[in-house]
Design a protein around this ligand. Structure first.
Ligand code: DX5
Ligand code: ZN
Length: 220
């Protein structure tokens, strides 16, 4: 069991895109430090969301940590624009990117924190060469593409493995979990050893988002 308080990263995927500023203020009002930005291209995953222009518009109105999750093919093409837009973290998927080591290096060269994301069918062992160099591992706890899905519980074992490896080797990556995190699933996710919980529908559909955040953090 961990005693640390996890951070909540609300995903604007569940916000009203026409009233994005309202969504951002809601995140700030709930005292969250992170905003999760799901960038989808209609190829790696079927939906299309938004790109660097939206990231820049959000950067212009908030100082919170902008955590971009790229569910896109050819993620290397977007890195310069995302850096210019003001993203803080950029996570690319292992599954569709051959030169992940080069991409991780490039993200860091551009002054951002580099994350690697894995879908539910990808094992932790596939990350062995990257764990020493990444700043964040984003463990998807649903299949990517859609908010509001049910968590796949076996993904929590991967979080435990990543936490154990981190302790054993002294690695410094943050572990984020993404998908299906709500008041019912939160304690299992916390106990697995995460640092950041991405919450889309549970945050934006809550009647009282600040209270929901504290419940998911396990402090209320
Ligand atoms: C799914 C996205 C998630 C999504 C999570 O592909 O990566 O970030 O917004 O939404 P919920 O919390 O509703 O599962
Ligand atoms: Zn995401």
């Amino acid at each position: 069991m961990e005693n640390k308080i996890i951070s909540i990263a609300p995903s604007v995927l569940a916000a009203d895109f026409v009233n994005m500023e309202q969504g951002i203020r809601k995140i700030e009002d709930a005292s969250c430090e992170w905003i999760h930005l799901d960038i989808m291209d209609g190829s790696f995953v079927p939906p299309i969301t938004f790109g660097h222009q939206m990231v820049k518009s959000i950067r212009n109105i908030t100082d919170l940590i902008l955590d971009a999750h790229l569910m896109i093919d050819n993620p290397g093409n977007q890195l310069d624009a995302l850096a210019e837009a003001g993203a803080d973290y950029v996570a690319v998927h292992l599954e569709n990117t051959i030169h992940t080591d080069r991409i991780i290096n490039r993200i860091k060269e551009l002054g951002m924190k580099a994350g690697i994301a894995i879908v539910p069918s990808t094992p932790v062992s596939a990350l062995s060469e990257l764990l020493p160099v990444v700043d964040q591992v984003l463990v998807m706890t649903v299949n990517p593409g859609y908010g509001g899905q049910k968590m796949i519980p076996r993904c929590l074992d991967k979080i435990k493995q990543l936490d154990d490896i981190r302790k054993e080797y002294g690695y410094e990556y943050l572990i984020s979990a993404d998908g299906g995190i709500n008041r019912e699933t939160a304690s299992a996710v916390r106990d697995a050893g995460i640092d950041v919980a991405v919450c889309g529908s549970s945050f934006f559909n809550a009647e009282d988002s600040p209270a929901e955040v504290r419940i998911i953090q396990g402090i209320e």
